[in-house]
Design a protein around this ligand. Structure first.
Ligand code: UT7
Length: 331
């Protein structure tokens, strides 16, 4: 039997500080009512330079938890792949910085920049490396500190974005479960809808302890919204068709957590009941490439995933990029 890429451990880590919609009312001209109704977000986590909450710290904690759950040691990892747009440094990569912290002495390590689809791009690279026989065990993570690139005077974005990290250990196994297929797409022509620009944000008093980078994020939310639903639906259908499955065969969808209205519309378009769609956007906001691995870890801890369950992961983000992974749960 050919090797399959099997997730054998999940982990996540979010900053301690909760920033509520009410807190944001003190920062920009917004309201709890607007944010909740338009996005489903109530709280989000924001890192602080006074706690150990750099991207490397958050990613390391998520990685250690995933390895503990998997019962594996860092020296058994062949590769570390991180999806991120907010590594602590331009270089070395977040993957190399996490490698140092966990002492994964036998691993190659690199980052992938694919916006909110970063984790799925990283998972696809891990799956391909395992299928090709190049790797036996890969740590895949999504790590973001979007608070460091948010324009805290732009109410159309600062209420959405947040910080966190999630990770999975992927192992080569002779198993009928595991990753069935991955699907990746992009369209650079639409890069103008979500991009970074060199400028610095004025930081509000109550967030003086956040780390900032010399660039900020710009987004055309409304134009993105429509594409988010149609592109994620299309690539989800590609994944189902490729594996001769229908929407009824899916046990759980774990979508990118950008906006509850996008998630609801996606579920409706695919004909998947909301009970089969995992959401935690109300607690964490949009953590970009970290959102799927954090959600997957929470779904796993909540006992929502049983061995052999068909699970659909689907995401959409800057690039534009979008992607899906269909897997049979392997834990
Ligand atoms: O992570 C992957 C990439 N990101 C996404 O996929 C995000 C996709 N987009 C969205 O989630 C939504 O488009 C948003 C949540 C960003 C915005 O919701 P919307 O329903 O599309 O609102 P809108 O941009 O059309 O704005 C409607 C109104 C505007 O006022 P006017 O022009 O109608 O007077 C905005 O100025 O809401 C206003 N507005 C706000 N009002 C209060 C925008 N942001 C806020 C705010 N508080 N925070």
């Amino acid at each position: 039997m050919p090797y399959k890429s099997c997730i054998i451990g999940t982990g996540s880590s979010v900053p301690e500080r909760v920033l509520s919609n009410q807190d944001l009312e003190e920062i920009v001209d917004t309201s709890d009512e607007w944010i909740t109704r338009r996005t489903g977000i109530r709280d989000r986590r924001i890192s602080s330079i006074h706690r150990n909450e750099t991207s490397t710290d958050l990613g390391t904690r998520a990685a250690v938890k995933a390895m503990e759950m998997a019962g594996v040691t860092a020296d058994s990892l062949d590769m570390i792949v991180v999806g991120t747009v907010t590594p602590d440094n331009q270089f070395p990569s977040a993957a190399c910085m996490v490698q140092k912290e966990i002492n994964a002495v036998n691993a190659g390590a690199f980052d992938i920049s694919a916006g909110c689809t970063g984790f799925l791009y990283a998972l696809a690279m891990a799956d391909n490396a395992i299928r090709a026989g190049h790797c036996r065990r890969v740590l895949v993570a999504g790590i973001e500190r979007l608070s460091s690139i948010v324009d805290w005077q732009d109410r159309s974005t600062c209420v959405l974005l947040a910080d966190g990290a999630g990770a999975v250990v992927v192992d080569a196994r002779e198993d009928s479960n595991g990753i069935l297929s991955t699907h990746l797409k992009s369209d650079g022509n639409l890069g103008e809808l979500l991009y970074s620009t060199y400028s610095t944000s004025t930081i509000p008093e109550i967030l003086k302890d956040i780390d900032t980078k010399p660039f900020t994020l710009r987004m055309e939310g409304n134009r993105l919204f429509k594409r988010a639903v149609s592109y994620m639906a299309a690539i989800s259908r590609d994944a189902l068709e490729k594996n001769n499955l229908t929407a009824e065969d899916i046990r759980l969808v774990v979508p990118h957590q950008a906006n509850i209205r996008i998630i609801d519309a996606l579920a409706h378009t695919l004909g998947i009941p909301l009970e089969k769609v995992f959401t935690n956007v109300h607690k964490y906001g949009n953590t970009s490439s970290a959102s799927i691995p954090i959600a997957l870890d929470e779904a796993n801890h909540a006992g929502l995933l049983k061995t052999g369950d068909n699970v659909l992961l689907v995401s959409f983000g800057a690039g534009l990029t979008w992607g899906a992974a269909l897997l049979k749960w392997s834990m």
